[in-house]
Design a protein around this ligand. Structure first.
Ligand SMILES: Cc1cc2nc3c(=O)[nH]c(=O)nc-3n(C[C@H](O)[C@H](O)[C@H](O)COP(=O)(O)O)c2cc1C
Length: 194
């Protein structure tokens, strides 16, 4: 798998801003060009879920969601991969319908049309038919649907370790090496049974 060079992390107003924090904590701005954009509703959820707010590592370029002058708003200068984490059903629906009225949505539109990697980490339960149809549309358009469904076979002990079971799969799909969560059948002896 190719290693991604230019990565855009997008945070929306779904629950699970801790997943975005863990991803930012594990991306290296010295190795990759890292960009960040937040929806307005993301800020509301971050205020509820992340005491002390979002920690943005040095070297990450932060873009305003209404600033269409960002380089990756154009297909002539796309990013290599965009991760929407967590991804609200509202943003997912707008992406599925090609609504492109914010930088975040325009970037997703560009990533899909330029056949770059779009990794969506939706967080919602249960799902209605509209949402499932939107999932299908985005899959058909080439997006990777990677729901924020943690796994437990690595026996995570902390909330951060639970979050990392999802972030590890995101890093896998970005093609980035990591040791965030034990892989099935790679864990320590005595942890084999499911
Ligand atoms: C604390 C909080 C948690 C929320 N959790 C979710 C969620 O898990 N999934 C979801 O689709 N929407 C969730 N919402 C609703 C979204 O924030 C809302 O639909 C918003 O319009 C999404 O806007 P955005 O996609 O532009 O960020 C939540 C809202 C709040 C205030």
């Amino acid at each position: 798998m190719d290693v991604c060079v230019k990565i855009l992390v997008a945070i929306t107003g779904a629950s699970g801003s801790g997943y975005a924090q863990r991803l930012l904590d594990h991306l290296d701005p010295k190795t990759h060009a890292l960009h960040l954009v937040l929806s307005r509703n993301a800020e509301t959820v971050i205020a509820s879920e992340l005491p002390g707010g979002l920690r943005i590592p040095d070297g990450v370029a932060v873009h305003q969601n209404q600033d269409f002058s960002a380089p990756f708003a154009s297909g002539s200068n796309p990013i290599d991969a965009m991760v929407v984490i967590p991804c609200s059903m509202g943003t997912l629906g707008r992406m599925a319908q090609g609504v492109s009225d914010s930088l975040l949505l325009r970037a997703a539109d560009v990533v899909l049309k330029e056949r770059k990697k779009l990794i969506l980490v939706p967080r919602e339960t249960p799902l209605n038919l509209v949402q499932v149809r939107n999932f299908e549309l985005l899959l058909l358009a080439g997006a990777i649907l990677l729901p924020a469904n943690p796994s437990f076979y690595s026996r995570p002990q902390t909330v951060a370790q639970v979050q990392d079971t999802v972030v590890a799969r995101v890093l896998d799909h970005l093609g980035l090496p990591h040791k965030l969560a034990a892989r099935w059948r790679d864990q320590a002896p005595g942890m084999e049974e499911r």
